[in-house]
Unconditional design. Structure first.
Length: 173
């Protein structure tokens, strides 16, 4: 996997101050996407254990709330395998920090029989606290929305959704 950029201090993509990883590769190609350069699976730098170590170091300060995965598309099947070791290590080192993931797929696409369900999907979902799902739709763009770009996108509380087996939307506390 390649990644486009890492923002060690980000306040736009989830609650609090976060470390954000923008992965490369996206098949959605949403018109109006803010990050078209990351559509290319070969764009950017190689994602290695050194990259994971950099992210772990960036997460260390107590004022950092957690990690956010964006893209590109983190949930592309080819990206899931590379992201799983990162999520395992973040959870191991910082169990108190939250993990957010933005995907153009629907949550239902990530379930068994979904179009991007693979051997790593369940475990990835188990590490996520929040999943912002759905493609960006330019005609539904709304700059007043918090943590999402278009009105069709949902902010899902994954920790509550998985055991209930129904989508439960996140409510900011």
């Amino acid at each position: 996997m390649k990644y486009a950029t890492i923002k060690p201090v980000d306040i736009a993509n989830g609650t609090g101050v976060r470390v954000s990883l923008f992965v490369s590769g996206c098949t959605h190609r949403c018109p109006g996407c803010f990050n078209e350069i990351a559509w290319d699976f070969q764009y950017g730098e190689d994602f290695t254990q050194e990259t994971i170590d950099y992210i772990l170091d960036a997460l260390a300060p107590s004022h950092i709330s957690g990690l956010t995965l964006l893209g590109g598309e983190p949930m592309e099947l080819v990206n899931q395998e590379a992201l799983l070791p990162l999520l395992k290590q973040v959870h191991e080192h910082y169990p108190e920090k939250t993990i957010w993931c933005y995907t153009g797929y629907l949550y239902e696409d990530l379930l068994p029989d979904g179009r991007v369900y693979g051997p790593y999907t369940d475990e990835i979902l188990s590490y996520l606290d929040i999943l912002v799902d759905g493609p960006f739709i330019l005609s539904q763009k709304n700059i007043r929305l918090k943590f999402r770009g278009s009105e069709n996108q949902r902010i899902i509380d994954v920790k509550r959704t998985i055991p209930s087996q129904e989508v439960i939307l996140w409510e900011e506390k």
